[in-house]
Design a protein around this ligand. Structure first.
Ligand SMILES: [Zn+2]
Length: 290
């Protein structure tokens, strides 16, 4: 926290100097609307609604964790010329740590809260009292996020209202199809339990009637007693797959998989290409429940 505060101060100074030299923030030279998002799945949402009128910048790059990522000076410069910051709007560690400092770099930026209208769920980490930040793992929530993004674009570019709304409606239809396909893929699995290292799938589990059990405790490695409890629960429920996200250490998941004679499967809540990723995730769940 302290070292990141110092980095923010240094980066702020660098951006202040570069912006001061260029006078004021200017729109991108190609005339596109600069939209900054926190995580990769949001990039598809903005791109689908904004089409060729937006230039999207993702703050947390592929493979990095939104729980620990630190912004680079180059990203700060990009942010200084953007028109919109579309925040996830949940207690995502990246936004809790960085958002205020980021938007302070650009006083004219419109902050769109993608979570507006979404009911947050308690985190599935049993020792944690906070709300679960990972709203985008549920297609139903993404539809709300897409509407919020569309409203944001319309509010700063009213002349293209029908363009954005047409794109939005086309993408919402794709999301409806995705939701139906996931329900078909997962039919007959309601009530099933899955184990995952980082419990990012509460909203997905809620929508499709599944029960998530996280390995991680309060964002830390689990204690031995809890590991033992998970292993006996997995055996009892005949669980053969332990899910992990690519951003996290897989050793604990591998230990459990070995004990139950199962295997570790990677599912990535932060992948780009949201529609494609969610279809492959539904297939991975189906396979795990066989
Ligand atoms: Zn997470």
């Amino acid at each position: 926290m302290k070292s990141s505060a110092i980095k923010v101060a240094l980066v702020s100074m660098a951006v202040f100097l570069s912006v001061a030299c260029n006078q004021a923030a200017q729109p991108a030279s190609d005339g596109k609307i600069g939209v900054v998002v926190s995580i990769l799945p949001q990039a598809e949402f903005v791109q689908k609604v904004g089409g060729d009128k937006v230039d999207v910048t993702v703050m947390v790059p592929p493979g990095a964790s939104p729980h620990t990522y630190e912004v680079t000076p180059a990203q700060m410069v990009k942010l200084s010329t953007a028109s919109i910051y579309a925040k996830v709007g949940t207690p995502l560690e990246f936004e809790l740590t960085w958002l205020d400092k980021l938007i302070a770099q650009n006083k004219d930026i419109l902050v769109v809260d993608c979570s507006k209208g979404i009911n947050l769920m308690q985190s599935d980490d049993p020792d944690e009292s906070g709300m679960d930040p990972h709203i985008w793992t549920a297609v139903s929530n993404v539809k709300v996020m897409v509407n919020n993004i569309c409203d944001g674009l319309v509010s700063i570019d009213t002349g293209n209202k029908s363009y954005y709304q047409g794109n939005r409606d086309a993408y919402l239809a794709e999301l409806d199809t995705l939701d139906k396909d996931i329900r078909t893929t997962l039919s007959g699995t309601a009530g099933r339990t899955f184990i995952v290292y980082h419990p990012a799938w509460s909203y997905f589990a809620h929508d499709y009637g599944l029960v998530q059990v996280g390995i991680e405790q309060e964002g830390k490695e689990p204690k031995a007693a809890y590991m033992a409890r998970l292993i006996s629960e997995a055996k009892e429920k005949n669980i053969k797959v332990i899910f992990v996200s690519p951003e996290f250490d897989t050793r604990n998941a591998e230990t459990i998989a070995r004990e139950i004679g199962g295997r570790v499967v990677i599912i990535d809540p932060l992948a780009g290409d949201y529609l494609i990723n969610m279809r492959s995730i539904a297939a991975a769940f189906k396979e795990a429940f066989k």
